[in-house]
Design a protein around this ligand. Structure first.
Ligand code: NI
Length: 396
């Protein structure tokens, strides 16, 4: 059973976390370059008396180990992201970003503050068996910081057996949680194709191999991947977002090359592989049929974020203890956004949960702000999850 976590003490912890959150919010940093944020996190973890604090993983990632007092047990990781986005804030808040063209528009400031608060409470109480590893990672926004931390040994070095993540969700009530078993966020890959033909005079097309026509046909043909090769119940998005061609302003010249780029989103690893294969076939065959040749630059993005079914049940239970089961949606629709926590979930069982951010602006919007009222719920979730996984006290 839980120890001395009275509502009042949690509220005062959340108040403290709110101050940290706003400090981080005012000083946003990007990708792997988070010296101030990492220093703040390390300093706090030291103050809390965590057992082992390691900085510099993936350049600015910070990891701390907190040993429980109740003997040996599992080792679980609680993970948050710390980086901001290269956009200018338009909130007019008193604690708005002090840095031009950098903004915490995805709430990673809030995620960091909530995990810090949980670490403080856990280091104080230590009323669990085994170990909690708190992971503060850089570069979620496009840098695959999670993957780099794994490559630098995060999971093995600390003996991590399970991984848990949490992200705020605009539009979901404060105090509510949402989760689903299996794929919860999409995998996203990008591509840039160079179509090489043979340029020439536009009046004599038979003497050229037209890469403009080949590009047009390729764009149309690629749409068949989603509509003809994929089970309609298995979502796939193919978006062509980039088209380049032509010869300066010369409208009577067939150029020698064009470029086509875009992104593909999928919801499971098998489909992701199938789509890449089809993509290569369609592009190669279509361009070839016009006498052109394609050079494919395939840029793999974040994998599909897949929640382990058993760990999803555990996470949902912890959320229900905190919020009441009526405020935990366990069949939340998956989204086409992607998240690099997926790399951790590829290696270890675990689950990602959404926490309500209330009626706020959307993520990655210039008017967005993390909702401080959510902090107490997020911290309570982390603590309940630790209790759930390391004490097995659920339902007692
Ligand atoms: Ni985010």
């Amino acid at each position: 059973m839980t120890t001395d976590r009275s509502h009042a003490s949690l509220l005062s912890l959340a108040e403290e976390a709110k101050i940290w959150r706003r400090t981080i919010h005012q000083n946003p940093e990007l990708l792997f370059d988070l010296p101030k944020t990492a220093a703040l996190v390390s300093e706090k973890l030291k103050q809390f008396g965590c057992d082992e604090i390691i900085g510099g993983l993936a350049k600015t990632g910070v990891v701390a180990v907190i040993n429980g007092n109740l003997g040996p047990g599992r080792t679980i990781a609680l993970r948050c992201d710390m980086d901001a986005l290269p956009m200018s804030e338009q909130t007019n808040l008193p604690y708005a970003s002090k840095v031009e063209n950098m903004m915490h528009a995805c709430g990673h400031d809030g995620h960091t503050a909530m995990l810090l608060a949980a670490a403080k409470q856990l280091a104080e109480s230590r009323d669990f068996a085994g170990k909690v590893v708190v992971v503060f990672q850089p570069a979620e926004e496009g840098g695959a910081g999670a993957r780099v931390m794994i490559e630098e040994g995060l999971l093995d070095r600390f003996g991590i057996e399970e991984v848990y993540g949490m992200h705020n969700c605009p539009g979901l009530d404060v105090g509510s949680f949402a989760i689903r078993s299996g794929p919860i966020m999409a995998g996203g890959d990008r591509f840039l194709v160079t179509i090489k033909g043979k340029g020439g005079h536009a009046a004599y097309p038979h003497l050229s191999h037209d890469p403009v026509l080949a590009a047009g046909q390729t764009i149309v043909a690629l749409q068949a991947i989603a509509s003809r090769f994929t089970n309609p119940f298995d979502p796939v998005v193919v978006s062509i977002t980039y088209l380049e061609g032509g010869n300066g302003g010369a409208l009577n010249v067939i150029p020698s090359a064009t470029r086509v780029g875009g992104t593909i989103r999928t919801m499971n690893a098998q489909t992701r592989r199938m789509v890449e294969e089809r993509f290569r076939e369609v592009v190669t065959a279509t361009t070839k049929s016009f006498g052109c040749e394609a050079e494919i630059d395939w840029r793999p993005g974040y994998p599909v974020t897949v929640n382990d079914p058993a760990m999803t049940v555990e996470a949902a239970k912890a959320a229900s203890i905190v919020a009441g089961s009526e405020k935990v949606d366990t069949n939340w629709p998956a989204t086409m956004g992607s998240e690099d926590f997926s790399y951790m979930l590829e290696k270890r069982p675990g689950a990602m949960i959404w926490i309500g951010n209330g009626n706020s602006a959307d993520l990655h919007n210039q008017a967005y702000d993390f909702n401080d009222d959510a902090i107490v719920h997020g911290v309570s979730y982390w603590l309940a999850l630790v209790d759930q996984r390391l004490n097995g006290s659920a339902g007692e």
